[in-house]
Write a protein that binds this ligand. Structure first.
Ligand SMILES: Nc1nc2c(ncn2[C@@H]2O[C@H](COP(=O)(O)OP(=O)(O)OP(=O)(O)O)[C@@H](O)[C@H]2O)c(=O)[nH]1
Ligand SMILES: [Mg+2]
Length: 345
């Protein structure tokens, strides 16, 4: 299974593209569109509530392996920049810049826009992304776009196969109570293989559970592996005890006090001790206060855009994470560009 985030500024043609690429499935602040070709399944995730909700954007990126960044002929906005910053901070090395609504533009303008985007993404994780122009009205470019992300999809599947032997980790993104079954979650297996009857724990709440059943694309299966999107029925937990972003695994670090290594984006005004920020860890998010900063091992009171530092945070809720996870800090009230930095614990 290949999970593809479809993101971009407001009215950049995201939903039209997602709806042409797949069939609508799960819908919340994130809408999933499914597409199967032979034994390959693609799930496209539309961050429906973005730009209003940053969480909607971080959620689709959190459940995706690759992304399509939509840019309309109207061009680049602060939100396009914000999407590029998010993709860069999370290290999305594979994806496609999609120039949408090509029927409303002309080849010369499209080429100029593509060049501008290539310049803007130079030195970021998006540096080697291809640019493709499409129209969901005339269908120009649609087949070529599909061919390109099928190519990326195969590379992703190869990389994921290598992760199937690690301990299982499932990130929960939706939670339901199903009459007669009980607690059912939707989520992504991001590492390892989960089997029916596995005894695992839900973090950060540290609740033991057994995987009662697993479904993929509504079909019962015995196991699922890294990269698969699953539905799973859980024994021993109630839906009300769970929240989006909770992790089902054998072990996670759980804490509300975090010490993180960060690199600030060039597009932030900086970070200071005492600041209130929003921390995103996978699909979990919570407000937090900066309680300490240090640069090159020396304590300091503030850091500027582009700088590297260590941040101590006191979060409002416990977060679950593992070494190697990437967290994001954001200032939700900044009107221009809300991301501050990407961090590792
Ligand atoms: N001519 C033309 N219009 C398009 C195309 N794609 C989308 N549109 C129109 O552009 C508008 C915005 O498209 P959406 O797909 O809703 O874009 P969005 O990014 O999901 O928009 P919001 O979620 O509202 O921010 C709609 O009126 C679409 O009908 C296209 O390829 N060609
Ligand atoms: Mg939309």
């Amino acid at each position: 299974m290949v999970n593809v985030a479809i993101i971009g500024a407001e009215k950049s043609g995201r939903t039209s593209l997602a709806a042409k690429l797949g069939k609508k499935g799960t819908e919340s602040d994130v809408v999933l569109y499914n597409f199967s070709k032979g034994d390959r399944t693609y799930v496209f995730a539309d961050a429906k509530e973005y730009p209003k909700s940053l969480k909607s954007l971080v959620t689709v990126l959190g459940i995706s392996d690759t992304a399509l960044l939509c840019v309309s002929p109207e061009g680049l906005t602060a939100q396009t920049g914000e999407c590029i910053v998010a993709l860069d901070l999370l290290g999305f090395g594979k994806g496609i810049i999609v120039l949408t609504m090509s029927d409303k533009s002309n080849p010369f303008a499209l080429e100029e826009l593509g060049k501008k985007l290539k310049a803007m993404t130079k030195g970021t994780a998006l540096e080697s992304w291809d640019v493709a122009a499409v129209s969901t009205v005339s269908f120009d470019g649609m087949e070529a776009l599909k061919e390109r992300f099928f190519g990326i999809g195969e590379e992703i599947l190869k990389a994921k196969a290598g992760k199937a032997d690690a301990p299982p980790r499932v990130i929960i993104d939706h939670i339901f109570n199903v009459t007669g079954i009980g607690c059912v979650i939707l989520g992504a297996v991001i590492q390892g293989t989960v089997h029916v009857h596995d005894q695992l724990t839900v973090f950060p709440v540290r609740r033991e559970t057994e995987i009662r059943s697993i479904q993929m694309q509504d079909v019962d299966v015995k196991s699922a592996q890294a990269g698969d999107r699953i539905g799973a029925a859980l024994k021993g937990v109630q839906p009300k005890e769970l929240d989006r972003g909770f992790i089902i695994s054998r072990g996670e670090q759980v804490s509300s006090r975090l010490a993180l290594d960060c690199v600030l984006t060039k597009f932030t005004s900086g970070l200071g001790v005492g600041d209130t920020v929003h921390v995103f860890s996978g699909l979990q998010s919570t407000p937090a206060r900066v309680t300490g900063l240090s640069k090159d091992g020396k304590d300091c009171v503030s850091v500027k855009g582009g700088e590297r530092c260590r941040v101590a945070l006191e979060a409002s809720a416990e977060l679950a994470f593992s070494p190697g996870d990437r967290l994001l800090l954001a200032e939700l009230n900044n009107p221009k560009q809300r991301f501050i930095c990407g961090c590792i614990p």
